[in-house]
Ligand binder design. Structure first.
Ligand code: ADP
Ligand code: MG
Length: 239
């Protein structure tokens, strides 16, 4: 079986500082992998390398068996959802959802169908004519997810999508993301520093520290048999 994502001996240096150190990671097709670790451990950097937003220092990245190490972001078949919603403020929700497709010269009827489907899945139909400023944080994040959804990508990358939301919305949207994954069955790599989020969402968790994966295993395995004291302490003490 082809892995959806394969990271081989990836090293990323910022100047003299090695932020990712000879990292290896395989993500199976349809798998939900959470990158969990404290602030500064390299989670976002790894995600940005997968997305093609950072040039890696050494190693290789494969997506669906294709070597994309030097491919442009839009050639990688991935959709990325950031912590800050990154919506276009001057456009309506509909405009935000269709912008990328218009640029890619997708026929209008097809754009409308894709936007309608995303709106239905994410329950944002009534918001399509609003601008981002008139949305709540949770609604904006749904739109941000919708922008990845309309592109029919196989791989979703999430960078702390819930960390700007209050506790109630966070747990609601967490359930939503889990449902979305069950429905779409796409591959997801999800960055968080929140242990609860990781334990509830992940098929497997990669616990990171200092640019190194300390343990990569199912939540139960990590919880019951942490590989070292760092993993035990980090999983055992929710922030
Ligand atoms: P995380 O997402 O886990 O909080 P990051 O991937 O953002 O961590 O950062 C990992 C390390 O890389 C941090 O020490 C950070 O200061 C450093 N870093 C991130 N981006 C840059 C950059 N553009 N230039 C130099 N150092 C950076
Ligand atoms: Mg980060």
């Amino acid at each position: 079986m082809t892995n959806s994502i394969e990271v081989k001996d990836l090293t990323l240096n910022f100047g003299a500082i090695s932020v990712l150190k000879n990292m290896n990671l395989d993500v199976a097709e349809g798998e939900f992998v959470v990158l969990l670790g404290p602030s500064g451990c390299g989670k976002s950097t790894l995600l940005n390398c997968l997305a093609g937003l950072l040039e890696i220092t050494d190693g290789q990245i494969f997506i669906k068996g294709k070597n994309v190490t030097w491919a442009e972001p839009n050639e990688r078949g991935i959709g990325m959802v950031f912590q800050s919603y990154a919506l276009y403020p001057q456009m309506t929700v509909r405009g935000n959802l269709s912008f990328g497709l218009k640029n890619a010269k997708v026929p209008r009827a097809e754009i409308e169908a894709k936007v309608a489907r995303a709106a239905e899945i994410l329950q944002i139909g009534p918001l399509l004519d609003r601008k981002p400023a008139a949305l709540s944080g949770g609604q904006r994040q749904r739109v941000a997810i919708g922008r990845a959804l309309v592109r029919d990508v196989d791989v979703f990358l999430f960078d702390e999508p819930l960390s700007n939301l209050d506790a109630k919305l966070r747990s609601e949207l967490r359930v939503e993301i889990k449902r979305l994954h069950a429905q779409l069955k796409n591959t997801m790599v999800y960055v968080t520093h929140d242990q609860i989020e990781a334990l509830t969402l992940a098929d497997r968790i990669a616990v990171m520290r200092g640019g190194i994966i300390q343990q990569l295993a199912a939540p139960q395995e990590i919880y019951n048999r942490p590989a070292n004291l760092f993993v035990a302490g980090f999983i055992g003490s929710p922030s």
